[in-house]
Write a protein that binds this ligand. Structure first.
Ligand code: ADP
Length: 425
């Protein structure tokens, strides 16, 4: 009789009810999915955790979002309040918390430890903890969210999905900085890239839209929200991305400077500024906010000011477009041609104005804007270049929560039948 090996201990089917958690320093965002048809059952956020006047915003299916006081002081209490809402007889979507089958967590930095999403174990938590020096503001609350879920939901698998993981396929020629190699070896100083979950989501969604496997496409994906990054995706592998060891590098952002000569930092140090001051200026006082001087890094405010004749806001937007188009050109070259440039994030999805200004500079790459389509886009995937364009321009709404839920399902799906190798006698 044949000897059957590798039979899983538990013969598990894919989880259907998946909770996605994104824990920040003072917030806990959640989305409860039914993954059978990828529908959102409920979503919301607890904000101002540990601060004055914390509150919960909760939205069930297509009901209007409701906001209420949240008497919570930490993430455990916030999660318990969310759970109470999910099973609330009047407003809930579950009859019991036992119906939650898995939890997916956003974790910002996976360093070099993680090249993919992973089921959380104690060893995984230790490895996430090791990455805290690379993301001191994000990884601790992300871990706090995992710990809270482990305490509140006993025996439910948790999956960590990293912002950095999709970029792990980058070659060393892209991720190394041209500084002494030991700095990489000793301190892990290299480009990691961020927004990976979004770049991955829109890459797959673009492949669907174009009706081709991702493995046959070369894409340039531009995620432009308050933070912004752009990635060259070569048949599913990241070839390069604009954010670096931290999310400060690359495009002009709402309040972050993006690319800058590192000697500027040295100059400021020598002028007597502290590391903390420079950190604040480059992360919080730069970008659109810093250049325009209008007191806002929000693109809508900057566009309104520019249209109202504010020359500094006009300059800030020109810089934003210049940097974006420079990256598109560079990535088109390293990809040796591309099938599409994909716009996503709050600006990429919603601003016909910014897309028009960028795409009009891409004629030389064979990308021609269809102005009517560009102006008509409303929350749906759309090709906004003309049919004769060699390089397509695409608007693709991102959905990082859904990507986390999909990753959670993928990792926890064990084939229901293990077919024994046929040569076992
Ligand atoms: P986050 O990076 O915080 O997730 P979003 O992806 O929501 O942010 O993007 C926020 C940015 O999108 C802001 O700069 C906002 O002004 C911009 N934005 C949203 N809608 C529009 C619009 N219709 N036109 C221009 N910019 C927009």
């Amino acid at each position: 009789m044949g000897r059957i090996m590798n039979i899983p201990v538990a013969d598990r089917r894919s989880p259907s009810n998946v909770l996605v958690v994104n824990a920040g320093s003072s917030s806990l965002k959640f989305t409860m999915y039914s993954m059978d048809k990828e529908t959102v059952m409920a979503r919301g956020v607890v904000e101002r955790i540990g601060l004055s006047e914390p509150f919960l915003k909760y939205e069930r299916n297509s009901d209007k979002a409701v906001k209420e006081e949240a008497p919570v002081t930490n993430h455990d209490e916030a999660l318990r309040m969310v759970c109470a809402k999910l099973v609330d007889p009047a407003k809930g979507v579950l009859t019991s918390l036992d119906q939650v089958e898995a939890i997916g967590h956003r974790v910002v930095h996976g360093g070099e430890n993680f090249h993919d999403s992973v089921i959380v174990t104690n060893e995984v938590k230790t490895n996430i903890r090791e990455c805290i020096s690379l993301a001191p503001l994000h990884n601790p609350p992300n871990l706090g969210g995992i710990d809270a879920c482990e305490r509140v939901f006993k025996n439910i698998p948790n999956v960590a999905v990293f912002d950095t993981a999709f970029h792990h396929s980058m070659p060393a020629s892209s991720y190394l900085y041209a500084i002494p190699y030991d700095y990489y070896e000793k301190f892990g100083i290299r480009k990691y890239g961020f927004h990976g979950t979004s770049h991955k989501f829109v890459s797959y969604a673009t492949a669907d839209l174009l009706g081709k496997p991702l493995g046959e496409l070369k894409l340039i994906t531009a995620h432009m929200g308050n933070g912004a990054s752009i990635t060259a995706v070569d048949r599913g592998n990241v070839l390069d991305t604009s954010m670096g060891m931290t999310p400060l590098n690359g495009l002009v952002m709402g309040t972050r400077c993006g690319d800058i000569d590192p000697a500027v930092v040295l100059y400021l140090v020598r002028r007597g500024m502290s590391a903390d001051d420079i950190d604040r200026v480059l992360n919080k006082c730069s970008g659109l906010l810093g250049v325009s001087g209008i007191g806002s890094g929000d693109m809508r405010d900057n566009i309104a000011a520019a249209e109202g004749g504010n020359m500094q806001a006009q300059r800030a937007i020109r810089m934003f477009i210049h940097r974006l188009v420079s990256y598109i050109g560079s990535y088109y070259t390293i990809l040796e041609g591309a099938d599409a440039v994909v716009f996503t994030g709050g600006i990429g999805e919603n601003s016909a104005y910014i897309r028009e200004r960028a795409i009009k500079k891409l004629d030389c790459l064979g990308c021609f804007l269809d102005e009517e389509k560009n102006n008509q886009v409303a929350g749906c995937p759309a090709i906004i270049s003309t049919p004769e364009s060699k390089l397509k321009a695409i608007v693709m709404p991102t959905n990082e929560e859904l990507m986390i839920a999909r990753e959670t399902v993928r990792l926890l799906t064990v084939p229901s039948k293990i077919i024994p190798p046929c040569d076992l006698k």
